[in-house]
Design a protein around this ligand. Sequence first.
Ligand code: ADE
Length: 500
Amino acid sequence: MGSSDLLTVVLVVACLTISAVLADSEDNGKLQCTCNNDKSTCVNGTCRGDLCFYTWVKGHEERGCFSQENYKEQCYTSFERFFVNCCRENWCNAYTTPPPNINPTSPPEVYRPELWITLSLLLLIMIASMCGLVLFLRFRRAHGKLTNVEEHDVTMLKVPNGDDPTYGDIFDEFCTSGSGTGLPYLVQRTMARQISLAQCVGKGRYGEVWRGTWMGESVAVKIFSSRDEQSWFRETEIYNTVQLRHDNILGFIASDMTSKNSSTQLWLVTHFHELGSLYDFLQYSSLEPEGCLKMCLSVACGLVHLHTEIVSSQEKPAIAHRDLKSRNILVKRNGQCCIADLGLAVIHSQSHDYLDVGNNPRVGTKRYMAPEVLDETIRMDVFESYKQTDIWALGLVFWEITRRTIVNGIVEEYRPPFFDMVPIDPSFEEMKKVVCVDQQRPSPHNRLHSHPILSAIVKIMKECWYQSPPARLTALRVRKTLSKLDHDSDFNIEKLKRDI
Ligand code: ADE
């Protein structure tokens, strides 16, 4: 081999080595980051993305990559109980730790001399100030000038009580710090991965609902079936962009998407209500008229909140649910209900002039479909139309609740709406025949007419079932009428107590 051949070999080897190194460190301009999550993108502790991230939520750490530039604003968040940090160099997240004020239990960073110098200086200044203060006080006392100590201002220091946080605490901490809606996505995902699933409490075409525990508290985890992923996207989008904290709307905690054995798992984490859905509750419980009124009123309050656009600093678009039914309503321990499942919801803002109907191939539940949906005359470009279909379904829910209400010692078995007119799992055509062609409606039991509260609720439900959608009551009207009944019944009870 001549010297020129040797030179060529050396050059080729050098080029190959350099290109291998470059290929290793850059993949289409992507960074390599340390990861410890179970995503398919994390291979041997390394992933590739536009940014490397590190999250710390109450002791649980996660490292990984993400590609969406629009997550950038999620990156530099830090509160008492969580810390998020992103960086833009290869493996830059490998040694990130939360600052000591966030994680008081993290070990001191002995390898940072500047930290030690700063701390020593601070200590020196503190000792010097204390000595100065002692000398000053002695001097003052010696001159008899110290007045009543209680007259001096005392700054109260807030000391953490050491209790474990609830997810409510974490939300409050974030929300009172000026944030709009939910927690940052990275925090949601870290929280979701700290959940252990305890027991399956529901199963259906939509997927499964589990009771899980997070930091010792029960949470509900809805695991969406892969064919209903659009509902997960829609619900996640709505909870993360709309201010929806309301007593009668199911409380959102987190959304998470993970890859497991090359399939995608979609989770929605919410408050857990041990009494389950209104449908489940009505199977085994009956109500007194006052309890029935309270339930109906709470559902109406939730629906008013959804349907109402708020135009102020706490802006909120109007939302129509489109799948209101007893299975999508949960019963709370205080006897009130909250509305769940926003997977099909449509959003409207008059002030910002938009109507967003989403792109979910799912349709509502046939049994609860309004006549205009069944005969396909609904005006799908008009937001009011969707609210009017919610009102139809609201009337059906009220009918289900009133059947289980005891009046004159009589109560009926639970039955779904139209149980005596269509079969189980009715077809679209079967529903259309009953609701549009024959114009049939569920019939309230005679006993209800003999009770003032129930006869008023029967009147409301009938006004929710007009064939003509604009003739139906609005959610606000339903709420106002029920509120008045509630006040009157409280007043009558008080009066009765006084008379006795
Ligand atoms: N079933 C469906 N969602 C639920 C929840 N959030 N709590 C309890 N049971 C449920």
